[in-house]
Design a protein around this ligand. Structure first.
Ligand code: 13P
Length: 324
């Protein structure tokens, strides 16, 4: 049965992005798959009075069940209210791959969807994105498109270059599709292995020149940055100290994300950092208490750590604290 996001207490991203653009900060888009992650995200954003985009991937919908997720998001808005701070919360589909997936999410109460046609040709990307926009806008659901592909860690330099967003294409893409925001590729990538760096070497800077070119072509238009985890070294170390094996995991330095948040980048996507913090705390707790088998006993410290992580991001990286 189709349900409107408004019935779930959610909002779309339009107003959030307008304010973020004016206020020179970025709205956090945090991914979740389970109850503890959701509780931590909402708690951190309420405590820091930050607007929030709750992000769900296709895989998360499969993992947690689409109906369950709809009501978890509704629970999130109710929880925020109960905590005494009604922050704006959007429920967003991360990397929708087809029109059908996006339509299903619109019908299921999402207030925002991403159609990722970046792997298609320019014309095919425009066609599928436009189709999603036409459907979603009937229900005032906002749509994020993508131009340029986020480079993978294994790509060599020239392949990486060819994946960056071409600023010459952004204006036509936005005009012809009617999207509400655009994800661009400026050197970030998904996951915990973003760069290959030798010990002591610093990571290459993001391509702020491409971002600036895109801003020039699309004045006042919201840009989205994917792959923005910093891969917090503290968590990688804890994971490796307690039986894990994450060799050479490197992310985006916080200063670069701060700089991006002050630009037209209005939404910053963070997933891996949450996964790392959660896993680190579970590994540490179980290693220190090998007799423990009550999930609450090891999920609680993981949830507590997540709250601290997200508060830190809102306060010190994205600048979204106090903006709700
Ligand atoms: P990270 O893997 O850097 O957290 O990126 C997440 C993301 O962009 C989700 O769309």
């Amino acid at each position: 049965m189709a349900v409107s996001y408004r019935e779930l207490g959610l909002v779309n991203t339009r107003e959030m992005f307008k304010k973020a653009m004016e206020g020179k900060y970025a709205v956090p888009a945090y991914n979740f798959n389970n109850l503890e992650q959701l509780q931590a995200i909402v708690t951190a954003c309420v405590q820091t009075k930050s607007p929030l985009i709750l992000q769900v991937s296709k895989g998360a919908r499969e993992y947690a069940n689409a109906t369950m997720l709809r009501y978890m998001a509704m629970g999130a808005t109710a929880l925020a209210k109960e905590m005494g701070c009604e922050i704006p919360i959007a429920l967003h589909l991360d990397h929708g791959d087809t029109f059908e997936t996006c339509k299903d999410c619109v019908d299921f109460g999402f207030s925002s969807v991403m159609i990722d046609g970046s792997h298609h040709s320019f014309e095919d990307n425009i066609a599928v994105t436009k189709k999603v926009v036409e459907y979603a806008h009937q229900f005032d659901v906002t749509v994020e498109g993508e131009l340029g592909v986020l480079a993978g860690i294994e790509d060599d330099v020239s392949a990486e270059k060819s994946h960056y967003t071409n600023p010459d294409e952004v204006e036509e893409f936005v005009k012809r599709t009617g999207v509400d925001s655009l994800a661009i590729s400026i050197g970030t990538s998904h996951g915990a292995y973003k760069f290959k760096v030798k010990p002591g070497e610093s990571v290459p800077p993001l391509r702020f020149d491409i971002l600036e070119e895109c801003e020039k072509r699309l004045p006042g238009f919201p840009i989205v940055l994917h792959g923005a985890s910093s891969v917090v070294p503290k968590y990688v170390e804890i994971i490796n100290n307690y039986g894990g094996k994450l060799d050479g995991a490197v992310g985006i330095p916080e200063e670069q994300l701060r700089k991006a948040a002050e630009s037209a980048v209005c939404k910053i996507n963070i997933d891996s950092d949450g996964r790392l913090a959660f896993t680190a705390m579970i590994r540490e707790t179980l290693a220190k208490h090998p007799d423990e088998f009550d999930p609450r006993k090891y999920l609680k410290p993981a949830r507590t750590e997540l709250i601290e992580l997200y508060k830190h991001k809102n306060l010190n990286v994205l600048g979204s604290a106090g903006k709700a």
